[in-house]
Design a protein around this ligand. Structure first.
Ligand code: TH1
Length: 820
């Protein structure tokens, strides 16, 4: 039996007690939601003991700390995951059964905290899980959005956004800690005050507005090691309502302004993935959580250390993309203005404490703030950035005398804008990409000049995912099967999955493996029936593309290919065709018109295809509403084919690709992001690779694009499909509904370049790869071997490996174990 604090009878008693205390009810009278709250409280009780133990150990050992600063933490539900990591899942399941409840149903009561958009936010959550499991002292720092990413409803085929009020019934796994509140200042002006005692100019912000940042802590439970780390998310509260004596009671107008400022800062997560909108409120959010987090970190450091010059030995601030880059200037501000350091001292410390991760090369995601906006909202921070910029330009001039081109391309402030990526690179000691190909593109293209100037800052950390959530919790049948064959070491050492390779051509193992896949497909088919009212055949190929909707991810190419297959089946009814279910799940940013239209197209094609009796159910199309972490776990487990078809060079890494692979799905994809490394691990013959390479794409882009018209003119299959966008086939005779999509592919007027993402260029290669998928699937044993090998070769893609590389090469943390 594993070592945990769960005694079944005690646990049952505690649940009953909680139901009584919380709701004045007996267990028979309580609703499932109330049982969820009571169970969570009982679990939290166990967690808090370990949380305290961990705290004690950290105080004793004084390890180096990483602060993972991120605007997004896509945690997903906590109850099931906490039980898994406490090694108490099965016991609690039994205990609840004895009380007459089903743990799965209880888990379904939990709101899915969606404080993130997609890969970037989910990566942060996987990293926290790995950090706790590996025994490293880490804090996640973020924002307590009152509304996470919207819930998606599909009405008449269109996406409708519904607010996600995840805090409505209270969230049992958070702890409010008002005693650690911090003041954050906005606006006003900077007054220079000469101090004759020190002979220095002091910079004092005056006439500002304040907001109080209140931390809420969430426990991050390590796997089977008693370690509990902390995710600290900050909420905003008006200073006046918190601490009456702090505010000037006479200034009513200011009081109201401060009240309003506090009110909306934490309202809502910006729903844009890979896109920057440049809104003032977003800038406020960034400074709000960074200022609070850095103040708290410095205060904590000073409690047990007396020399801030040693900060880099004890602390790293890891910036999750450029969103937290304010860290560089805020740390400088504290060291200069509050600690009285010289610029040189402060800069030395800052540039050895901050490190930056780049997650995208998409131009529209680059953060560039107008000087006007920035300097008005953050006058002192802006002043500091100006000085950083002045010295940085000097450094460029020293290295490249007279080269104005370099200054133009690299300056932090240029053309009336503050460029956050440049600040992050200049202000930190490490710059990393998130997959090997992506890091190479950074070094050779996007950040070439910076790489030339600071080659030693650049490094790669290929992303990973946590197997605790995406196999152990999400796919219990496969998890048990794996454990039966190779033991349970894989749970904390995923490389051990390679021991499964010997079973790849074993008939019995193949059968068991595919039988588990089948059962998971039945589970998903049931979910689809209940949620979409569509009947799908679990014996058909489950071909899945789930991820945020973005043109570069090319959901459009997928659905155009479905239209093409449908045409083929209609034209050649006698044709041999293996039944296939195309499954989509994707949220589009609320303002991204073309992405939303693509969702409509997918649903429109689904309507026609699914209701055409003449094709005998050979083809089904399903759009799963409200794709999110909780249903993702079930979807990965059920997939045969993993669609990873981004335009080469555009997807920095991808992490869904790894979750599919772990669960024994075979990839159809381009040589993009981490797909490259997936193919390297599993072998070309166990994946279906097609399309332009990143070099080819970049080459086209550097030479004015390519001509999609040639494909339209020369290929009747492509022409047919495109014409169906504007001849009413999928729009009840409406020629205009999908015209924007048609234009985006062919018409240079509708965008800078027609077919920006090379869909027509790759279409035939994609169709041909899909044909290979079909042929391969018909060979049952051959497919089973491929599927099994995908699981067996997925060991590299654990976030435990990624985190260990961050620790070894960037953070240099000390490993902690809890004294028994
Ligand atoms: C994603 C990348 O698109 C994806 O390829 C990568 O696997 C993931 O990050 C984790 O590294 C990004 N998400 C965002 C979200 C915003 C801005 C930039 C990116 S890059 C808001």
């Amino acid at each position: 039996m594993l070592d945990n604090n769960f005694k079944k009878e005690e646990f049952k008693k505690s649940v009953k007690e909680n139901v009584k205390m919380l709701y004045r009810k007996t267990i028979e009278e309580a609703s499932q939601e109330q049982i969820f709250q009571a169970v969570s409280l009982a679990v939290k009780d166990v967690i808090i003991d370990n949380w305290l133990l961990t705290q004690k150990q950290y105080e004793k050992d004084d390890p180096k700390i990483v602060y993972y600063l991120s605007m997004e933490f896509l945690m997903g539900r906590a109850l099931g995951n906490n039980l898994i990591n406490l090694c108490a899942y099965n016991e609690v399941k039994e205990a609840l059964e004895e009380l007459g409840f089903d743990l799965n149903v209880i888990e379904d009561q939990e709101p899915d905290p969606a404080l993130g958009n997609g890969g970037l936010g989910r990566l942060a959550a996987c990293f926290l899980d790995s950090l706790a499991t590996l025994g490293y002292c880490a804090y996640g720092c973020g924002i307590r959005y009152h509304y996470g990413l919207f819930k998606q409803k599909i009405e008449n085929g269109f996406q409708v956004e519904v607010p996600d009020n995840w805090l409505k019934d209270g969230y049992p796994f958070e702890l409010r800690r008002p005693e650690y509140a911090k003041e954050v200042k906005f606006g006003g002006y900077v007054k220079v005050v000469y101090d004759p005692a020190t002979g220095r100019n002091n910079f004092v912000q005056e006439g500002y507005q304040s907001v109080l940042a209140i931390p809420y802590d969430m426990p991050i439970v390590g796997y089977n090691n008693k370690i509990v780390n902390t995710l600290r998310i900050w909420d905003a509260q008006a200073i006046s309502e918190f601490q009456l004596d702090l505010f000037d009671k006479g200034d009513y107008r200011k009081a109201v302004e401060q009240e309003n400022l506090a009110k909306n800062i934490c309202d809502v997560l910006y729903p844009n993935d890979n896109h920057y909108a440049g809104k003032e409120l977003r800038l406020k959010q960034q400074y709000f959580f960074i200022s609070a987090s850095i103040q708290a970190a410095i205060e904590k450091y000073k409690k047990s250390h007396n020399d801030l010059h040693d900060l880099p030995k004890k602390v790293t601030f890891q910036l999750n993309d450029t969103h937290p880059t304010m860290t560089v200037a805020e740390l400088m501000r504290i060291l200069l203005d509050e600690e009285g350091m010289t610029w040189e001292e402060a800069w030395e410390i800052t540039t050895h404490t901050c490190a930056y991760t780049n997650h995208t090369i998409m131009a529209e995601a680059l953060e560039k703030w107008p000087i006007e906006l920035f300097s008005k909202l953050l006058p002192r921070i802006y002043q500091i950035i100006e000085e950083i910029n002045r010295r940085f330009i000097q450094e460029i001039n020293n290295k490249y005398p007279g080269n104005q081109e370099k200054v133009r391309k690299m300056a932090i402030i240029y053309d009336g804008q503050v460029k956050m990526a440049h600040l992050a690179i200049a202000g930190g000691y490490s710059v990393n990409g998130v997959a090997r190909l992506h890091t190479e593109i950074l070094k050779k293209q996007e950040l070439k000049d910076f790489y030339e100037m600071y080659p030693n800052k650049f490094n790669n950390k290929t992303n990973g995912i946590t197997q605790r959530r995406f196999l152990l919790h999400g796919n219990p049948l496969l998890a048990d099967w794996v454990t039966d064959h190779i033991g349970d070491g894989w749970i904390t050492d995923l490389a051990q999955l390679s021991k499964l390779k010997v079973y790849a051509d074993d008939k019995r193992a193949q059968q068991e493996f595919m039988n588990i896949k089948y059962q998971n497909k039945v589970r998903l088919a049931k979910y689809i029936m209940e949620n979409n009212g569509i009947e799908v055949d679990p014996r058909s190929i489950f071909d899945v593309q789930v991820k945020r909707l973005h043109e570069y991810k090319r959901q459009l190419m997928n659905i155009l290919h479905v239209m093409y297959l449908y045409n083929q089946i209609k034209e050649h009814p006698e044709m041999d065709f293996y039944p296939r279910t195309f499954i989509f799940g994707a949220k589009a940013a609320a303002g991204y018109v073309r992405a939303k239209l693509t969702i409509k197209l997918i649903n429109a094609v689904a309507d026609v295809v699914n209701n055409d009796k003449s094709i005998n159910g050979k083809l089904k199309v399903v759009f799963i509403e409200n794709y999110r972490v909780s249903n993702a776990e079930m979807i990965f487990a059920a997939a045969d084919v993993s669609e990873q078809i981004s335009t080469a060079s555009k997807e920095a890494s991808g992490t869904g690709n790894m979750k599919f692979m772990l669960n024994g799905a075979v990839t159809i994809g381009t040589m993009d992001g981490a797909n490259v490394e997936i193919v390297e691990e599993v072998g070309q013959e166990n994946a279906f690779i097609f399309g332009l390479s990143s070099d080819e794409v970049i080459n086209f882009e550097n030479h004015g694009g390519y001509d999609p018209m040639q494909y339209f003119n020369n290929d009747p299959d492509i022409r047919n499909v495109l014409m169906q966008l504007i001849n009413g086939t999928y729009s009840n005779g409406d020629f205009e509904l999908f015209r924007d999509i048609y234009d985006s592919l062919l018409n240079t007027k509708s965008s800078d370049r027609a077919d920006t993402y090379f869909i027509l260029a790759d279409f035939k290669a994609y169709a041909e790869a899909q044909k290979r998928v079909e042929e391969a699937y018909k060979d049952e044993a051959g497919w089973a071997e491929k599927a099994l090998l995908n699981t067996a070769c997925s060991g590299k893609f654990t976030s435990d490996r990624t985190i260990q590389q961050y620790v070894d090469e960037i953070w240099h943390l000390d490993k902690v174990t809890i004294d028994k």
